[in-house]
Design a protein around this ligand. Structure first.
Ligand SMILES: NC(=O)c1ccc[n+]([C@@H]2O[C@H](COP(=O)([O-])OP(=O)(O)OC[C@H]3O[C@@H](n4cnc5c(N)ncnc54)[C@H](O)[C@@H]3O)[C@@H](O)[C@H]2O)c1
Length: 275
């Protein structure tokens, strides 16, 4: 049977953060499938990164894994430079790295144990470090990623496109996870500001704001059958999202098919946050 996969990113180079798992992994695989060479960035000690690279190489794609903590400016510069050093250029970025909860980042608790409704998550009870850590990764990390990429795109002088992964939580406040909602609302506004600053360089910046997606981050819901079914009853399209739903939205916003869109937000959420 003929392979009808489009090749929208042939001879182009993409950087994807959060590429060791979930949406970042799926986005990396799909970019490579459509012809891009991919710098897959993730935490330095994350062994899942090698699995993403193996998946891409198994399909004949080109990719390298770069260990980088997006909360560190030097790491962000290094991962953007890796694209130029390894593949000779940089054209696209998807900033998908993110954390739901500070204790989840530190490995202190497993994702399935995160329950944002617990009162320990309320701002009056939360240690300041939790707030600072989530903002450092989810908001400052996206800004540092975006500007490291933008500097190289400007120097290259051929335009480019950036997609930042926000969340429905940017629109709907989450009880017990204020820092997450605030960080994701910040990503939305950051995207709009950068879209204005980078438009003269032909660089587009857009946001994808997913609903609840079946990735490691949503294990608390997806691994508990009754919670999952309860949630699915509230989602107009009747199911959790998949990483591929978000990857497809991101690829659309990187591609020439969205050439006249910048500073926009789209919500692949099955209708969850429509009302
Ligand atoms: N899963 C959902 O329901 C959902 C919904 C809305 C938005 N999101 C957002 O989607 C993005 C991708 O998450 P996912 O659902 O694929 O979950 P995920 O946990 O599989 O992916 C997040 C990735 O970010 C990486 N990461 C964490 N801290 C980092 C740091 N300091 N530096 C570099 N990498 C770091 C993690 O190691 C992981 O690979 C996140 O920004 C998340 O906030 C997720």
């Amino acid at each position: 049977m003929a392979d009808w996969t489009p090749r929208r990113f042939e001879d182009r180079v993409a950087l994807v953060t959060g590429g060791a798992s979930g949406m970042g992994r799926e986005t990396s695989v799909r970019l490579a499938r459509e012809g891009a060479a991919v710098v897959v960035a993730g935490l330095p000690d994350d062994t899942r990164g090698a699995e993403t690279i193996a998946m891409i190489e198994a399909e004949g794609g080109r990719a390298v894994y770069v260990g980088a903590d997006v909360a560190r400016e030097a790491d962000c510069d290094a991962m953007a430079q890796a694209a130029v050093d390894e593949f000779g250029r940089l054209d696209y970025c998807v900033a998908a790295a993110g954390v739901l909860h500070a204790r989840y980042v530190s490995g202190e608790i497993a994702p399935q144990d995160v329950n944002p409704d617990r009162s320990e998550g309320h701002l009056t009870n939360k240690p300041l470090e939790f707030w600072e850590r989530v903002l450092a990764v989810n908001l400052t990390g996206v800004m540092l990623t975006n500007r490291a990429v933008a500097k190289r795109l400007i120097a290259q002088g051929e335009g480019g496109a950036i997609v930042n992964i926000s969340s429905g939580a940017a629109k709907i406040p989450m009880r017990g996870s204020a820092e997450y909602s605030v960080s994701k609302a910040g990503v939305w506004m950051l995207t709009r500001c950068l879209a204005l600053e980078l438009a003269p360089h032909g660089i587009r910046v857009n946001t994808v704001a997913p609903g609840v997606i079946d990735t490691p981050m949503a294990l608390a819901v997806s691994s508990d059958e009754s919670r999952r079914q309860q949630l699915e009853r509230t989602i107009p399209l009747g199911r959790l999202g998949e990483a591929e739903d978000i990857a497809e939205a991101s690829l659309f916003l990187l591609s020439a098919q969205s050439d006249y869109m910048t500073g926009q937000i789209i919500h692949p959420d099955g209708g969850l946050f429509v009302g």
